[in-house]
Design a protein around this ligand. Structure first.
Ligand code: SF4
Length: 346
């Protein structure tokens, strides 16, 4: 039985493992944490239909409960080499060897570190939080300020760490606009009188159901959308956050105080994988995400034969896009491995 090593047990890794197992491959799924699921575990409900994240995780967990899938938790790949016959030998952090015919990187992304945007006050002012912090609050069933008050006015800032030359990230993280809209609606559902302001550069509601969510936010929940960049955030005496925003639609500055400021942090490449990528000669794009062979016809192969990619290690993606990408990677691996078997038979 041909063997596939999958590095990363998030959405992409789990989906690909399940697909390859059903296709008759032996899969070793390596995950650095003590549970599978990746970032999605930290989320409360998902756009566009507000599905609880557990439903997605449980669905994927069922897929990897297959006799062909061997799960290795709390391990990383410390070394990966190609054998003379073209197969691979990986050494895991517990020193155990894993041999594989092909390797799939499903190593995911890293959330932008909001401390790097000092001017927004994350880590300085208690009531400046990130979108991930807000999800944790949703998961716990209550949203409160650091002083234990229910916020009456919340600001949501888009594009934190994305489309930002200062941070060196010129790309759009694609899913934070819709996350900002979803979180605004959830705030309104949880705290009916709360005023919510979304500060955006432009709204990128590209996916199925996203535009409807945006309309729901405006029409049903009266969420305010202000086109403009936040230029300054500072703390007031009673721990509110004073904001200065250049409203680029009406062309004048806007000043206001909110009880809580939420930063929509974007995706960044997972830098801890760079040494492994470099040791194999796997190319990255300028933005640090893994380079794919062709943006139309070959999205799941790297420049190195036998090394495949799936999910957000190549670019920011939604969960449904990640699942589709993982299916596509599994199919590509199947096609290439079965072609090799046929070649040998000739
Ligand atoms: S999806 Fe929206 S918030 Fe995220 S980087 Fe793109 S434009 Fe900014």
């Amino acid at each position: 039985m041909k063997k596939v090593l999958i590095i990363g047990g998030g959405v992409a890794g789990m989906e690909a493992a399940g697909q390859l197992a059903v296709l008759g491959y032996s899969v070793v799924l390596v995950e650095r944490k003590d549970v599978l699921g990746g970032h999605v575990r930290k989320w409360d409900r998902l756009f566009p239909n507000k599905r609880p994240s557990e439903e997605v995780v449980n669905h994927l967990l069922q897929k990897v409960q297959h006799p062909n899938v061997e799960i290795r938790l709390k391990r990383t790949v410390t070394d990966l080499r190609r054998n003379p016959n073209g197969s691979f030998l990986a050494i895991l952090s517990d020193q155990s060897p894993v041999s594989a015919d092909v390797v799939l990187f499903a190593t995911g992304y890293h959330l932008f570190d909001a401390y790097r945007k000092e001017e927004y006050g994350y880590g300085i002012y208690n009531n400046v939080i990130t979108s991930a912090d807000l999800e944790r609050m949703f998961k716990n069933g209550e949203v409160k300020t650091a002083e234990g008050k229910i916020p009456q006015r919340v600001g949501i800032v888009h594009c934190v760490g994305s489309r930002d030359t200062k941070c060196g990230n010129l790309y759009c993280s694609r899913v934070c606009c819709v996350t900002g809209v979803k979180q605004a609606i959830e705030l309104k559902e949880l705290i009916p009188n709360v005023e919510v302001f979304n500060f955006y550069m432009d709204l990128r509601m590209f996916g199925r159901g996203f535009e409807q969510l945006y309309l729901e936010a405006q029409q049903k929940h009266r969420v305010r959308f202000v086109r403009g960049r936040l230029s300054e955030a500072s703390e007031t005496q009673d721990h509110g956050i004073f904001l200065k925003v250049d409203d680029t639609l009406v062309g004048r500055p806007m000043k206001m105080t909110v009880d809580m400021l939420v930063l929509m942090v974007g995706f960044e490449p997972r830098k801890t994988t760079f040494p492994l990528l470099e040791s194999l000669g796997i190319e990255k794009n300028e933005d640090g995400f893994i380079k794919i062979r062709d943006c139309h016809f070959d999205e799941n192969r790297t420049n190195v034969d036998g090394i495949y990619v799936a999910g957000t290690c190549t670019s920011a993606k939604s969960i449904s896009e990640t699942i589709n990408d993982a299916c596509s990677a599994a199919l590509q691996i199947h096609r290439n491995l079965s072609a090799k078997v046929k070649d040998k038979r000739k």
